[in-house]
Every structure is written in structure tokens, then in C-alpha cells.
Design a protein around this ligand. Structure first.
Ligand SMILES: *[C@@H]1O[C@H](CO)[C@@H](O)[C@H](O)[C@H]1NC(C)=O
Ligand SMILES: *[C@@H]1O[C@H](CO)[C@@H](O)[C@H](O)[C@H]1NC(C)=O
Ligand SMILES: *[C@@H]1O[C@H](CO)[C@@H](O)[C@H](O)[C@H]1NC(C)=O
Ligand SMILES: *[C@@H]1O[C@H](CO)[C@@H](O)[C@H](O)[C@H]1NC(C)=O
Length: 260
């Protein structure tokens, strides 16, 4: 790609993100190459949704991972699912909230605002509750949920309910002060130093609200990285991989502490 294209793409992304407030200017950077067969787990159906599942299926403890707009076939997301399943014996479920229709940045006919009309996070929240109910029917008793970008909004909604024991938000999109005021479950909020949608002043407000409301939780700002860094890092960038891994470890610690 020549420089002009790169600049044009960047401007397009910038305008889309800013208009939609999806998650700041970096929200579409480094899109993954979808791979439906990737990962140590398998794809099954649960609660009416297709889902990538990994880790012991008989486990009483499960985690739900809510993807970013690129969906459940992103290799890095499946890698994270495999990693937390292996490390702590969770049964991990990554639902296809987009019904086979993740955001495709190449489809210029269907921009982010059009795509979001079909795939609102309110629908994702409803679907997530069905998935959790199905897990409970299978004998799972303790569930945690982590949300990345788009999925962060789904998970902050879950964290206001008894559906889960603990939540982790990784560079969440469109999470508001009003959302945080209603959070009941232990919550970890992992954010990038460079994220236009989550400036330090807003994160400070989140932190203060959690503390005022006596909700177990913290806000951690990862230095030197941008929105999306826990998922859409370049594999050959040692610094980026290290920071992403640190976030994955923090997520794992939170769940081993509160989903037991
Ligand atoms: C998709 O993942 C499978 C399993 O890891 C791998 O064998 C295959 O090469 C991958 N396909 C692409 C296009 O990367
Ligand atoms: C978008 O186009 C690029 C460049 O042609 C290609 O590498 C990529 O796989 C495409 N992405 C999707 C989701 O189709
Ligand atoms: C997205 O596409 C719709 C319909 O084609 C159009 O009305 C709207 O202006 C576009 N929005 C952006 C941000 O490009
Ligand atoms: C590697 O990742 C870091 C953190 O995201 C970023 O600041 C840096 O520019 C990246 N390096 C390259 C060569 O892309």
C-alpha cells in the first residue's frame, strides 16, 4: 500500500470512529485475519449462538469472552481463550455475537454506523444472558466475563447483574459514568495510555465511583500502548506483545480471585 492509501484509510477510520464514538481513532487498526478453525478448542452451539469453546467442558467455572467488532474468529482472541483455559482450568466460551457477520473494514458499502445498527451491544447483552443461562443448565455455577472494545459494553451491562461473579473490561467502547455507577460485581478496567475514548479524567471518575460505591475493582492504565492493544498487537512487536500479555495475566488474576 502506498503512503496516500495509508493516510486515506487512517482518515476514514478516524472519522468513522469519532462520529460513532465506537472506541476512538484506533478502533479499527490492525484487523485480524479471520480463521474459523484456529485454536485448541472447537466451535459449537450454546444458548442459540455459535461459540468457540475451549478448556474442560465439565468445569464448574466458566468465562465468557465478548469480542471486539472483528468477532470470534480472530486468532488472537482464541489464543487468549486457550491461554486462560489452560492456565486455570476455566471452561471458556467465545460467542459469535454477530451471527457470522463481523465488521468488515473492506466493505465500504457498509460502514461502521450501518453495521452497528445490525449489531448493537444491547442485542449482545441479551444474547450473553442466554449463553450464561445455557451454561448454568449444563452445571456451571460460577461465571466471569471479559469484554474487548465492543464487548466491553456487553460486559459492563453483565456486571450490573447477578449473571456473573466478576468482570474485566479491556479497552471498552462506549462505557459511561452512568454505567459504572450501576456496577455491582468486582470489575477490572484495563485501558491504554492512548485511547481517545477513555481519557485519564474519565478513568479517574470510573475509579472514584467504584471506590465510593464500595465495588471491588481497579482501573489500570498501560503505558505506551493504544486502544485495542490486548488483541490487535503485531506479533513481531516485542513491546506490544509484552504489554498485551501483562493485560491477559491481570485478567486471569482477577478471575482466579473472584470466580472460584
Ligand atoms: C487457520 O488455523 C489453522 C489451525 O491453527 C491453521 O492450520 C491454518 O493454517 C490457519 N489458516 C490460515 C489461513 O491462517
Ligand atoms: C481486506 O483486504 C485486505 C487487502 O486486500 C485483505 O488482506 C484482508 O484479508 C481483507 N479483509 C477481510 C476481512 O476481508
Ligand atoms: C454510512 O453509510 C450510510 C449509508 O450508506 C450513510 O448514510 C452514512 O453517511 C455513512 N456514514 C459514514 C460515517 O460514512
Ligand atoms: C510496537 O508497539 C508499541 C506499543 O504498542 C508501539 O508504540 C510501537 O510503535 C510499535 N513498534 C512498531 C515498530 O510498530
Amino acid at each position: 500500500m502506498n503512503m496516500v492509501c495509508i493516510i486515506l484509510l487512517h482518515l476514514l477510520c478516524l472519522s468513522l470512529c469519532l462520529q460513532q464514538g465506537v472506541s476512538g481513532p484506533q478502533c479499527l487498526e490492525n484487523p485480524p485475519t479471520r480463521n474459523s478453525t484456529y485454536g485448541a478448542g472447537s466451535v459449537t452451539e450454546i444458548g442459540g449462538l455459535k461459540a468457540y469453546v475451549t478448556g474442560p467442558s465439565h468445569s464448574k467455572r466458566a468465562l465468557l469472552l465478548a469480542s471486539d467488532v472483528y468477532g470470534f474468529e480472530a486468532p488472537n482472541l482464541r489464543k487468549i481463550a486457550d491461554k486462560v483455559a489452560r492456565a486455570a482450568g476455566f471452561h471458556v466460551v467465545v460467542p459469535d455475537f454477530f451471527y457470522g457477520d463481523p465488521y468488515n473494514p473492506n466493505n465500504t458499502q457498509r460502514n461502521m454506523s450501518v453495521w452497528l445498527q445490525a449489531h448493537g451491544s444491547d442485542k449482545g447483552f441479551k444474547d450473553a444472558k442466554h449463553v450464561i443461562a445455557a451454561l448454568r443448565n449444563k452445571g456451571v455455577s460460577r461465571i466471569g466475563a471479559a469484554g474487548f472494545c465492543w464487548g466491553g459494553k456487553v460486559v459492563v451491562e453483565l456486571s450490573k447483574t447477578d449473571y456473573i461473579k466478576a468482570a474485566v473490561l479491556l479497552h471498552p467502547s462506549r462505557v459511561t459514568v452512568d454505567d459504572i455507577k450501576e456496577v455491582k460485581d468486582p470489575i477490572a478496567i484495563l485501558s491504554a495510555e492512548f485511547d481517545k475514548a477513555l481519557p485519564p479524567a474519565l478513568l479517574k471518575q470510573f475509579k472514584d465511583i467504584l471506590s465510593t460505591n464500595h465495588v471491588s475493582g481497579y482501573v489500570k492504565i498501560f503505558p505506551g500502548v493504544s486502544h485495542g492493544w490486548t488483541l490487535r498487537y503485531q506479533d513481531n512487536n516485542v513491546t506490544a506483545v509484552k504489554s498485551a500479555n501483562e493485560a491477559h495475566q491481570d485478567m486471569l488474576h482477577w478471575f482466579t480471585r473472584y470466580v472460584r
